[in-house]
Design a protein around this ligand. Sequence first.
Ligand SMILES: Cc1cc2nc3c(=O)[nH]c(=O)nc-3n(C[C@H](O)[C@H](O)[C@H](O)COP(=O)(O)OP(=O)(O)OC[C@H]3O[C@@H](n4cnc5c(N)ncnc54)[C@H](O)[C@@H]3O)c2cc1C
Length: 400
Amino acid sequence: MNTTDPQAAKRGRDEINLQLNETEREIMQVIRDFARNEVKPRAAEIDATAKFPEDLVKKMGELGLMGLPLPEEYGGLGQSYILFALMIEELCAACATTGLVPDVNISLGAEPILMFGTEEQKQRWLPQMCSGEKLGALAITEPGAGSDAAGIKTTAVRDGDEYVINGSKVFITLGGVAETYVTSTVTNPELKDKHRHMTDFVVEKGTPGLSFGQPMHKMGITGSPTVEVFYDNVRVPVSHRLGEEGDGFKITMDTLDAGRIGVAAQAVGIARSALEDCLEYATQRKQFGSAITSFEGIQFMLADMATAIDAARLLTLRAAYLHNQGLPCARESSMAKLFAGDTAMKVTTDALQIFGGYGYIKEYPAERHMRDAKITQIYEGTQQIQRLVIARDLLKKLRA
Ligand SMILES: Cc1cc2nc3c(=O)[nH]c(=O)nc-3n(C[C@H](O)[C@H](O)[C@H](O)COP(=O)(O)OP(=O)(O)OC[C@H]3O[C@@H](n4cnc5c(N)ncnc54)[C@H](O)[C@@H]3O)c2cc1C
């Protein structure tokens, strides 16, 4: 929960308290048990069949995980973003597909409504996301506008008490499965300031003119549907607009600032799982008459992997702490996502190396971790875009 204590907010940047209280420890134990006993045994099957794990999502809803950091008044558990990051890590360590579902639902579906919605909008959409009965998604990316989010072409034209939306989106996670789509549009194309021409709307599934493409075939996180979304004269009431006309770019950027904490946590979970699996394998695998863990070359790889994972987790929890205090965290969440994504890719590649030839074979989990890790360097802004965000923030502070 965001604190309203200004002193705590001031201290936030210098003092980071990551200690969990008793309730938080109990919740983490529930999450750990669920992840290890019910999610992890399903990971290989979900990957192989590319099937959305509906039953696990239902169970996460029942456990309260689908709205863990969201306020209790809207059906959430009202827990901290630190606990949220730890939850996403734990779930993604068990199965990357399953873990990203509450992350997308909370960070991308619910957060923009929580941050910018009216009371009526929050009451209408947040409880169904918290229960996991109806999920939320975010639709920014278009075929011609990925990294350059302000370059979108989907339009929303006011017509009385409604807006008429036309255009298309691509790569939308949970597309077709989710109930609500926070959709970025252009309402004022004539404006020179390309940061004031966008407006966001919540578009509900079932609205006439809204349709979805077939799930795209992906290299990793295969059980999460990624689809094109089409808007053909989709009419939404003015009451579905988030904020005012022109607020869309800010809503999108603020959503992604916080959202990147979740992607970083996904990356930490995937990397941790790869290390755990290869530690187990390496202690049993013998070559030259000894376990391969007796070789310094392997030990150094393991040490580097563990060190990078811990550093990635600490960066992630720092960003989560700042967001929890209601403090800006654009630079810190980009640093966390950048470092954790690169760590996930390096650790999963090295873990596969430690498995030797078996790592290349699908019966072993190493290649799945490597395929799952790659997306954390791409979505919610590529690694190049994270560097731009960090550098801009550094330079802005120098000029200030
Ligand atoms: C599985 C998956 C799920 C996704 N889920 C969602 C979702 O739910 N909602 C949503 O809206 N989007 C989603 N996306 C889209 C994702 O955020 C974009 O793919 C990503 O932001 C990159 O955009 P792009 O693919 O158009 O690449 P481009 O923007 O075309 O980039 C191509 C390359 O150019 C580099 N580049 C671009 N601009 C610069 C620059 N200024 N400086 C240096 N390098 C640059 C990029 O880093 C990249 O390497 C998803 C994508 C995937 C693959």
